[in-house]
Ligand binder design. Structure first.
Ligand code: COA
Ligand code: MG
Length: 294
């Protein structure tokens, strides 16, 4: 999954528009974009949208961002949306694998109540939204078979840290957030799930957004979250392996296949060893999976 578009759950208009945005996934948001006294209405709107969207052919992946486990709102969120059978929930303010185990148990109950198969609803945690979360980022591995990826957040983390900003004057993340980003990457790799990059809130700045997509792709993220439909095509373009990159990866795989047992090969005057082979195989797997891969 390359592009995941956030949509406030109480906006039927934006939800409809998101369906034709080209996003690989829609994140129906019940959390930060919904005021406390609008939660109940937003849950109903989310459930109605999901029921209709599920039936549409070639639909994107449908994810609901519930409220965090600390809020006391998660159960009512799940009660409202589980019957509509979403593909996954996004778990904000997750604090390591223990949060995933907790959410897993809540989902298992709803799946029984709704007649869904056990483990049907997956979990995509936001792994770095509190200071405490940073210290348990390495504990997601093995927490639940529902875990389908990890993403990270800088907005809530900056509030938790008491910071005045999370980016510098050029729009680049400051040190605490670069740490969170790196922890998300490492935590995802350690848990053998994809890492999804965080949002870019300045949605009119397409150059800055493209640069951040390219840096994320370079560093090992396989997709990025969007907050505006205009960001979706840029994500899809940057995170889709180019024909050139696929050809290079195929050449590396072919060179190793032609030299069974070789630890290192030379192609066009450049040395390739085992890590290069692993990278080439990962790229080809991503290209083959296309948008369906998360
Ligand atoms: N999903 C679907 N459609 C969206 C959208 C989104 N995330 N963001 C904007 N649109 C639609 C608008 O409704 C508008 O539609 P229209 O042309 O039919 O009126 C069109 O895209 C252009 O929007 P624009 O005028 O550029 O932006 P805006 O001022 O209407 O909205 C935001 C700006 C930030 C409020 C809006 O992008 C948004 O709600 N983003 C998601 C917020 C969110 O979910 N946050 C939580 C995660 S951090
Ligand atoms: Mg938040």
């Amino acid at each position: 999954m390359r592009s995941l578009l956030f949509v406030p759950a109480d906006s039927a208009k934006k939800l409809d528009r998101a369906m034709t945005s080209g996003a690989d996934a829609i994140i129906v948001d019940l959390e930060d974009s919904i005021a406390l006294d609008a939660k109940a209405r937003a849950r109903q709107s989310a459930a109605a949208f999901l029921k209709a969207a599920m039936a549409s052919p070639a639909r994107p992946c449908l994810i609901v961002r519930v409220n965090g486990l600390q809020t006391g709102l998660t159960d009512a969120d799940l009660d409202a949306v589980a019957p509509a059978n979403p593909d996954a929930i996004m778990l904000p303010k997750a604090e390591g694998g223990a949060s995933v185990v907790h959410a897993d148990a809540k989902l298992a109950v709803r799946e029984v109540q709704c007649g869904l198969s056990d483990g049907h609803i997956k979990i995509l945690p936001i792994a770095t939204e509190t200071a405490a979360a940073l210290f348990v980022a390495g504990t997601f591995a093995g927490s639940s078979a529902r875990l389908i990826g990890l993403t990270w957040g800088a907005e809530d983390l900056s509030a938790d840290l008491g910071a005045q900003a999370n980016r510098d004057a050029q729009g680049r993340f400051l040190d605490p957030y670069r740490l969170a980003r790196a922890l998300c990457l490492a935590a995802a790799a350690a848990a053998a799930v994809p890492a999804i990059d965080t949002v870019y809130v300045d949605f009119r700045d397409s150059d800055g957004f493209r640069r951040e997509c390219e840096e994320a792709c370079r560093d090992g993220f396989t997709g990025k979250m969007a907050i505006h439909p205009a960001q979706v095509p840029i994500i899809n373009e940057v995170f889709t392996p180019t024909d050139d990159a696929i050809a290079r990866a195929r050449a590396v795989v072919a060179a190793f296949a032609a030299n069974p047992g070789a630890g290192v090969v030379g192609i066009g005057g450049v040395m390739y060893d085992r890590p290069h082979l692993a990278r080439a195989e990962q790229l080809l797997a991503r290209a083959a999976a296309g948008k369906s891969a998360i």
